[in-house]
Design a protein around this ligand. Structure first.
Ligand code: FAD
Length: 301
């Protein structure tokens, strides 16, 4: 339970604390009840303090990025939600072709920064609406590229408040998975290794990527991107379409007419609507094709 004493212990100039914060404001799905406590932390000391207070008061905590891969329960989140701001939103060019990016920086921000430095390699990420931390956690990827291709190292805060650094090989990157998956540690920053490239070529590749997205994805509706992972040897969207599920809805949650791998929120969809629709899609696809779909989006309660 969040007490006044706990709030007092985490408050400082470097933390913005909100009680009963609606999570639909912090997710691209625009769905989710209130978090008991929502903290935007602006530097490492504040982050350490929030986590150590959570531990001593026995309060669970959960770190989010830009909420673009999350489905938050209608009942909200018990405990503290941590979002990285301030120092965690900085990007630094550390040498000729290396950028160190705070985990809170948006991928859009890093892509633009890299383009302006004439550094290529990140164009694939243009249009993925997450943060650098979320992208490393998920090993985000698109159009033939993945974060694993560019991540050189990352630093994180472990549960005991120690800062640790891991090199590329230690990230255990695989499809939508990394060393960080399902570990409750906080990614602090990520070092990206890029290469020199003409700014115009970078720009055109980014434009091309965005055009492909706009043509195929329902970007005019709130969603969390592809709901299901790509099953071995298949495309989730093609299976869903083949099973006649395109456009099927539960409440205001609908399998997108434009891209069957997306579920869109047509207005007032609840997390319950989305979960019901996910189960419906999984069971029809299982019955008709024998393929077991797995969720890529994270359900948080
Ligand atoms: C329209 C749309 C298109 C999309 N297209 C793609 C695509 O092409 N490719 C793709 O891979 N994904 C895509 N996504 C999904 C999503 O953008 C990615 O998964 C993204 O990497 C999530 O980043 P985030 O910052 O929003 O993380 P969140 O959704 O906030 O969190 C995701 C997970 O990362 C963890 N996390 C986030 N930050 C940290 C941190 N600092 N430390 C520890 N853990 C952290 C969270 O705890 C959570 O478990 C799309 C989503 C949308 C809405």
């Amino acid at each position: 339970m969040i007490t006044d004493e706990f709030i007092k212990s985490i408050q400082s100039d470097s933390v913005i604390v909100k009680r009963n914060e609606p999570m639909y404001l912090h997710t691209s799905f625009r769905i989710g009840g209130s978090a008991d406590c929502f903290c935007e932390v602006n530097n490492i000391d504040a982050l350490k303090n929030v986590i150590s207070s959570c531990k001593s008061f026995g309060i669970p905590y959960f770190v989010i990025g830009l909420g673009s891969n999350l489905l938050v329960s209608d009942n909200g989140i018990r405990g503290v939600v941590i979002k990285l701001g301030g120092d965690f939103c900085e990007i630094e060019k550390t040498d000729e072709n290396t950028l160190r990016c705070g985990a809170g920086v948006s991928l859009a921000g890093v892509c633009n920064f890299a383009k302006n430095c004439g550094l290529g390699g990140l164009e694939f990420a243009w249009g993925i609406p997450g943060s650098v931390g979320g992208a490393v956690y998920m090993n985000a990827g698109a159009y033939g590229g993945e974060i694993k291709d560019v991540a050189v190292s990352s630093r994180y805060l472990d549960n005991d408040g120690n800062i640790k650094e891991i090199s590329k090989e230690k990230h255990e990157f695989s499809y939508r998975h990394s060393f960080y998956t399902d570990k409750n540690v906080v990614i602090l920053d990520v070092t990206l290794g890029l290469f020199h490239k003409d700014k115009n070529d970078i720009f055109y590749l980014m434009q091309d990527t965005m055009q492909k997205r706009k043509a195929k994805q329902p970007l005019n509706r709130p969603s969390a991107g592809s709901v299901f992972k790509r099953p071995d040897g298949y495309y989730a969207a093609a299976l869903i379409e083949q099973c006649g599920l395109k456009g099927v809805s539960v409440g205001d949650a609908q399998v997108s007419e434009k891209h069957s791998g997306f579920i869109v929120n047509n207005g007032r969809a609840s997390a319950k609507d989305v979960l019901e629709l996910v189960e419906k899609v999984k069971s029809v696809v299982r019955e008709k094709t024998g393929v077991e779909l797995q969720c890529e989006i994270k359900y948080i309660e």
